[in-house]
Design a protein around this ligand. Structure first.
Ligand SMILES: Nc1nc2c(ncn2[C@@H]2O[C@H](COP(=O)(O)OP(=O)(O)OP(=O)(O)O)[C@@H](O)[C@H]2O)c(=O)[nH]1
Ligand SMILES: [Mg+2]
Length: 764
């Protein structure tokens, strides 16, 4: 052991660079008192009980391991810092939160981030200590049990047999109908129950209409912590497996704990003829995360007692029983509340503030946070719909989602509206709903669902009574005169879910130029710049790209790009937190700038180059060395907005890199370059000093001057400051008046000239 812990009890610090052998020694060490720092991140350890010998530990890093049980940590009472990110911790005892190191932490959730926590749930931990202890208290007071309730989502092409499967699961005697019946919106059935390991599970089955016009619903209603049944129909062999796998990967994964919902692929046979178009190996290869927890079945629902149907149902049951949230321990009172809510199910919705809170109070649940948490939990397991973050919709709990979806679908599928290219007035839409039996408050809720900002479905046209549903805009690209592009930017997606362009149109509607919008693009204008944003096929990767072309002068280009990226990133964040994308920046070398399409650089690669202190990159198209700083400066601004973007999770560039190299910017016109080349060292110097120069040095020198000039008593004090800080030797007391005057005049004059030159440079 000595080689690792030289000096025995005398050492206080241990940073381990670990081989298995070293790790074994650390684990088997006898008495490790005196060690205060231990970093065992990325070592694949599972069991940390050996740490009981390290009772003096103050700093302990255990990130990226396989740890499940952290109860031992309660013995490490001297800890001042601990990190347990990305382990496999599901349950944490109350004693852990009583540790001083946890109690004093500003943000406990960062310590345990990336763990599949069930108890306490991460949402509770994020709320801080008070909520955590209140959670434990509730459990102690009330006792807990499991609800054994889950949500199952059936998706697939129209007519694939989704509704048939749902009905068959809820009623085994159900006979497959002869005629076709198309599901509109989503139908929910809560009658399916099964027994697994002595527990009775209840499943809320959500059956989605398969018509492509309903795909926009997916972004709002496909959720994680559920099971997906993907139905493929062999009659038409039209199943778009690619779309379904991608959307399930995107929306079916809980990004908080990285758990992907299980998937059952059902190849629905007709007359025992199997589907031929499902290339299972390809999907297993391309979607390994889904494949891990996926099973396939070929079944014909028309055959009663088909053994394969029974096998499929068994597997569905088994997978449901393994979903974490389904086995979550909840306080007894929550179950009582569930029953009370269900008694209201004949109502379409209940109001959060009075009705729901009242039901909570009846069950003795008075804590506001707990009430909210229950609503979120019931939303996850599919009992209700609760739009937690929406100021208007969040006032309701929707007990019956169908009327909401049917009301929306009624509008989206309206032929008259399609002819109007998605434009409607409030009167028109209210009439439409009231003709179909919707009450005043229902109409209000529906209109809010359409127009509220969470969903970006529609917006009010400028200076008009009309609204526009952007996903109904015809996909006919209007004639656009677009001469040259000054700035090229792209976002490249392996999978682009439906709706990003139409949502972007809603978000940027204030800037749309001359109504130039279509299904796959928009043209926006702000001041002297225009931006053309289009959704296109990516010929290189087979995926999709959002192409952003900007033309115009000055920094407005960078502004508009920044705003477009902000909106797109916010759409990602709100609806598709798992989405994968690359940002690409167009080259600015002399050849690319004139070419119809430039070479594109991967934005994050460029950031890597800058970090490695590279100054240029070679354009493979022209062979020119392009200044990285100039490349960045062509597209990005360097101010406060960067910080905002950084908070949004975007990588940014350190502005100083751009600044110093400003004179190399080929985007400056000739006269600017000329001016810049005249003063490079001076400008660099000024840039270095600014803004400190004006504020600090001038100020200090002028004050010194005044001091010397008027009150020699200051002399010695100022002398000592100036001497030590700036190594200027003042001559003697007799010269102080002259010296003071000189300092004042020279520094003010210098200040004046620098301001003049800098302003002149900046204006250009
Ligand atoms: N023989 C046979 N016919 C089936 C089977 N599954 C579905 N069908 C037929 O296909 C029709 C459509 O099935 P649905 O279950 O309504 O299809 P869906 O996927 O819900 O369709 P949408 O709601 O339009 O998306 C049914 O009415 C049946 O006639 C099956 O397993 N065997
Ligand atoms: Mg159906």
């Amino acid at each position: 052991m000595e080689e690792y812990f030289p000096g025995g009890g005398g050492i206080q610090y241990l940073k381990v660079s670990l081989s298995n052998a070293v790790l074994d020694k650390i684990k088997s060490a006898e008495n490790m008192k005196g060690i205060t720092f231990l970093d065992l991140s990325h070592t694949n350890i599972r069991d940390i009980n050996f740490l009981n010998k390290y009772s003096d530990l103050e700093i302990l890093y255990l990130d990226d391991n396989e740890i499940e049980d952290v109860s031992l940590l309660s013995y490490l009472t001297r800890l001042k810092k601990i990190s347990l990110r990305y382990n496999n911790i599901k349950l944490i005892d109350k004693s852990f939160f009583q540790l001083e190191v946890i109690r004093k932490s500003d943000n406990i959730s960062t310590i345990v981030f990336g763990n599949p926590l069930i108890k306490p749930p991460i949402e509770i931990i994020e709320q801080g200590l008070a909520s955590i202890f209140s959670y434990f208290k509730q459990i102690e007071d009330q006792g807990t049990e499991r609800l054994y309730e889950a949500k199952m989502i059936i998706v697939g092409e129209p007519g694939a047999g989704k509704t048939t499967l749902m009905k068959k699961m809820c009623n085994p005697k159900y006979e497959v109908p002869q005629e076709e019946y198309e599901t509109v919106g989503i139908e929910v059935c809560s009658e399916y129950k099964f027994i697994f390991k002595n527990a009775e599970y209840r499943v809320n089955i959500w059956d989605f209409g398969g018509q492509p016009i309903q795909y926009f619903l997916h972004q709002f209603f496909l959720t994680c912590d559920t099971i997906y049944v993907l139905l493929a129909d062999d009659r038409r062999e039209l199943t778009n497996f690619d779309y379904w796998f991608k959307i399930i990967k995107l929306l079916g994964k809980n990004y908080k704990n990285d758990v992907q919902s299980p998937v059952i692929v059902v190849l629905n046979e007709r007359n025992c003829k199997t589907i031929t178009s499902f290339n299972r190996n390809l999907y297993r290869e391309n979607f390994p995360e889904i494949a891990q927890n996926m099973k396939e079945f070929s079944v014909d629902f028309a055959f009663q007692e088909d053994k394969r149907f029974i096998n499929m149902i068994d597997e569905i049951n088994r997978k449901i029983a393994c979903i974490e949230v389904v086995n979550k321990e909840i306080p007894n009172k929550w179950k009582e509340l569930r029953t009370l809510i269900m008694e209201n199910q004949y109502k379409n919705y209940i109001k959060y503030d009075n009705e729901y809170v009242e039901l909570c109070n009846q069950c003795g649940i008075s804590d506001e946070y707990e009430q909210k948490e229950i609503a979120q939990y019931f939303h996850t397991i599919g009992i209700i719909l609760y739009f937690e973050h929406d100021p208007f919709l969040g006032e309701f709990l929707f007990l019956e989602p169908n009327w909401l979806l049917k009301g929306t679908y009624l509008i989206f599928s309206d032929e008259e509206l399609k002819k109007q290219n998605g434009k409607f007035t409030k009167d028109w839409i209210n009439n439409k709903w009231s003709e179909n039996g919707y009450s005043l408050i229902q109409r209000k809720i529906l209109l809010n669902l359409l127009t509220n900002s969470k969903f970006d479905l529609c917006y009010q046209l400028k200076g008009s009574e009309q609204y526009l549903i952007t996903s109904l805009i015809r996909d006919i690209k209007p004639q656009i005169i677009w001469p040259d592009t000054d700035l090229y930017f792209r976002i490249q997606y392996p999978f682009l879910p439906k709706g990003i362009i139409s949502r972007l149109i809603v978000r940027m509607n204030e800037d749309i130029k001359d109504n130039l919008i279509w299904g796959k693009g928009l043209l926006i204008e702000r001041g002297p710049v225009q931006a053309l944003i289009t959704e296109e096929e990516d010929r290189n990767t087979g995926g999709k790209i959002l192409n952003i072309k900007i033309k115009g002068q000055g920094i407005y280009k960078q502004w508009i790009l920044l705003d477009i990226r902000k909106e797109i990133i916010s759409i990602h964040k709100n609806t598709f937190p798992n989405i994968k994308y690359n940002e690409l920046l167009g080259c600015i070398c002399s050849k690319c700038i004139k070419a119809p399409e430039p070479r594109f650089y991967n934005y994050s690669d460029l950031l890597g180059f800058i970090e490695n202190k590279r100054k240029t990159i070679e354009c493979y198209s022209s062979g020119e060395n392009v200044s990285l700083a100039a490349l960045f400066q062509s597209a990005f601004r360097e101010d406060e907005d960067y910080r905002i973007l950084k908070n949004e999770g975007m990588v940014i560039l350190n502005p100083s890199i751009v600044n110093v190299n400003q004179i190399n910017n080929p985007n400056l016109d000739h006269s600017e370059n000329h001016l810049a080349s005249k003063f490079p060292p001076y400008l660099k110097f000024l840039k270095y000093l600014r803004p400190k120069f004006y504020n600090r040095i001038t100020y200090l020198i002028v004050i010194t001057g005044i001091g010397l000039f008027s009150k020699p008593i200051w002399f010695s004090a100022i002398n000592s400051i100036v001497k030590t800080k700036y190594e200027i030797t003042l001559i003697d007391e007799r010269t102080d008046t002259v010296l003071g005057l000189m300092l004042i005049i020279v520094s003010l004059f210098y200040n004046l000239i620098s301001k003049y030159i800098e302003n002149k440079y900046d204006k250009r």
